[in-house]
Design a protein. Structure first.
Length: 372
């Protein structure tokens, strides 16, 4: 296989036809309203609530601050159970709110929290569970709900990866107390940067709106200690236009995934996730696991090999959060052996709707030839 002429990155941000974006930007000039819950923000909020099939949603400048606000609004204290197989954001948001992250292991089937290992981690300090719908695969939402009810714990889902996913026709944002979706440029659906909280309890709405705007109630009243996490009109405009294309984008990604699966299925030591019955998937990522013994090379070897061919895969999530410099002294990675196993073997391959299928074939060919 020869090297790709142009680099193939692990993802490529979706951009809509520029004319459609310009039309929305013209509205900003007409309204002279740039941020602070403008008309485009309102319209986008309505459309995204409908698309996600949820009852309520609140928009934010990014996903991380949305999660931060959710933790504040639900007044989480003490300890929160989460997993180390995630992006820095999840754990940082917990930690920065003065709450202790407690790491539960993941399951080897889909890398989400292993529900059978949660109960032993619950103490009288535990206030919530913050599970992650990793790579767009839903957690065991029913199992989690049972535990939450039994121990009276809140659940905030890190739903950053799972935009547009449905379980038996139900929008994934309906589960738990709150879900946080990220609308960052690298995600399946973007509003340049952005975040959404979805929730069933309408009482949360007021608190979210307050906290994302400095706790200001009216010009002469500041009722809460808040921050600035508002989505602006330029972001909302991008989101509004991109919503027109999200189904098409997911369909294209589905074809890319199908091609990857076809081309990789006979390579010894390379495994990948399968679709689940009853789930509408979003094909956010294409992670593979590299088994050194069967494949004959390590994940790191393959990562380098791909790079030599101008293919930029990503070791995601690696390192685990409990291996980060800022956390490793407080945790033992041996406590989450499955996460360790997966983190050391996982590689996410280039994945985006406009990735040509012949390129996918070539990427797989590089992987195949390297194994011999
Ligand atoms: C992207 C991401 C976030 C943070 O979202 P931003 O919009 O980038 O702030 C949080 N958690 C996970 C798992 C993510 O992938």
């Amino acid at each position: 296989m020869k090297k790709f002429e142009k680099p193939i990155m692990v993802t490529q941000s979706f951009l809509p036809p520029i004319e459609e974006y310009k039309e929305q930007i013209d509205r900003i000039w007409e309204n002279n309203w740039v941020t602070n819950q403008g008309p485009i923000h309102k319209e986008f909020n309505k459309c995204i609530t409908k698309y996600l099939k949820v009852n309520n949603s609140t928009l934010f400048v990014n996903g991380h601050l949305a999660l931060d606000v959710a933790i504040k609004a639900l007044n989480l204290k003490g300890e929160v159970i989460t997993t180390p197989f995630t992006f820095a954001s999840t754990t940082h948001a917990i930690k920065m709110n003065g709450v202790k992250p407690v790491f539960c292991d993941i399951n080897v089937e889909d890398y989400t929290i292993d529900v059978s290992k949660i109960e032993r981690l619950i103490t009288k300090e535990t206030s919530a569970i913050i599970p992650v719908h990793v790579f767009g695969t839903p957690c065991d939402v029913e199992g989690l709900q049972k535990i939450a009810e039994k121990y009276k714990l809140k659940i905030i889902y890190d739903a950053a990866h799972i935009f547009g996913v449905e379980v038996n026709g139900v929008g994934i944002g309906n589960f738990g107390d709150v879900s946080m979706f990220s609308l960052h440029a690298t995600k399946v659906f973007n509003s340049i940067e952005g975040g959404v909280l979805t929730y069933n309890n309408l009482d949360y709405k007021r608190q979210f709106d307050l906290l994302k705007n400095f706790g200001i109630t009216d010009p002469e009243t500041v009722e809460a200690v808040g921050l600035n996490a508002k989505m602006n009109e330029f972001q909302a405009a991008m989101g509004l236009v991109n919503l027109r294309y999200i189904d098409e984008e997911i369909n294209k990604r589905k074809k890319v995934v199908k091609k990857y699966r076809e081309c990789l299925k006979d390579i010894q030591g390379i495994t990948y996730l399968k679709d689940k019955i009853g789930i509408r998937h979003n094909y956010a990522y294409f992670p593979i696991l590299v088994d050194e013994i069967e494949y004959g090379k390590t994940r790191n070897d393959l990562f380098k090999k791909l790079k030599e061919h101008n293919v930029f895969a990503r070791k995601y999530f690696y390192p685990l959060v409990n291996e980060y410099d800022c956390y490793k002294n407080d945790y033992n990675v041996e406590d989450t052996p499955v996460a360790k196993y997966v983190g050391d073997r996982v590689l996410t391959l280039p994945m985006y709707g406009s990735l040509e299928l012949d390129k996918v074939e070539n990427i797989c060919e590089i992987i195949k030839q390297f194994s011999k």
